[in-house]
Design a protein around this ligand. Sequence first.
Ligand SMILES: *Cc1c(COP(=O)(O)O)cnc(C)c1O
Length: 394
Amino acid sequence: MSDTTFRSHAPGYWPAEAMHHWNEARWQLRNRVDSLADLEARLNLSDVERAGVLLAGNKLAMSITPHFFNLIDRDDPGCPIRRQVIPRLEEGWSAPEEYSDPCGEDAHMPVPGLVHRYPDRVLFLVTDRCASYCRYCTRSRVVSGVGEQHLETQWEAAFKYLEGTPQVRDVLLSGGDPLVFSDERLDRILTRLRAIPHIEFLRIGSRIPIFMPQRITPGLCAMLKKHHPLFLSIHTNHPRELTSEVRDALGLLADAGIPLGNQTVLLRGVNDSVAVQKSLLHKLLMCRVRPYYLYQCDLINGSSHLRTPVADGIAIIDGLRGHTTGYAIPQFVIDGPGGGGKIPLNPQYIIDTTPGKVTLRNYEGAVFEYPDPSPMPPAVRHRLLAQSHQPQGV
Ligand SMILES: *Cc1c(COP(=O)(O)O)cnc(C)c1O
């Protein structure tokens, strides 16, 4: 059985007085854990983590909302939450296969901030800030604002490009995290996009429902609802992230008619087992979220300690397909290094193809043959045609 219980983790590491403000997004942002002193006041850090925090200052900032910090298990040095947000020494080494821009996004920007890789849809990077920073961030070259490179979204040029590019029918707002913006600012961006007649479909990628469910208010949902069809993709990696507060926030979004998807990054020591994935996927369905992609971790500098062999991801999908609800199963993908777009990876279910048939296996390993369609024999065709000319009912 997978563990599908939803717990609240408040107040955790914070004094009881903090509960007066716990449900305010602004309080969560102001009280983020973002320094070595903050961290050491709450946890015993290992030498490897202390070194990581000191190195992070000019690479990708550390910042953890109190809500998310509370999910850390103080007694478990390998805690899957801790590995996602507390920097480690290993981040300071770039393996030879790694890049600062693993998906070649900078080379696909017709306008700074707008990535146009696929013919009909664009990725619009609207901010470089998030509520908390994931250590394996594929955009750490610009995200958090402490590195050498900066995101300089050219708003007017981006809107002009979209207005003048009728093949774009789908705009995905990402960053950074678009939900760091106020309701008013997001509303202005979405209204401007909605005014472009050929843009049919809008979506937002955000981890804020997980890092800071307090941001999901009835006011935000009422605003988003004006811009339908609008989908939201959240980013969840471990079942513990789905707390009772997160479930309630996702419920508000779903009640506003926003179809919810989830993206997970496969991470070593965090979610690289069928058992953890199953708990996560089952809890997502209970939150009315449809798992969308499972990503092989991008080749971002300093991520080798978090990456898994490709075969591990395929084995996880093999362990899910047929063994649980089809709706629970995400598509495993690799975002092509250097800029190939998302490439689906699947277990091998075709054992053999010969002219006229394929040989398949099912989830249990049983073998089946599926033949191609046979042409109707001409003699049968003639007989049936002749019969159809005879009087009916005799
Ligand atoms: C992921 C991505 C998209 C959206 O891809 P879907 O498969 O439609 O979800 C669009 N543009 C870029 C550059 C992306 O990386």
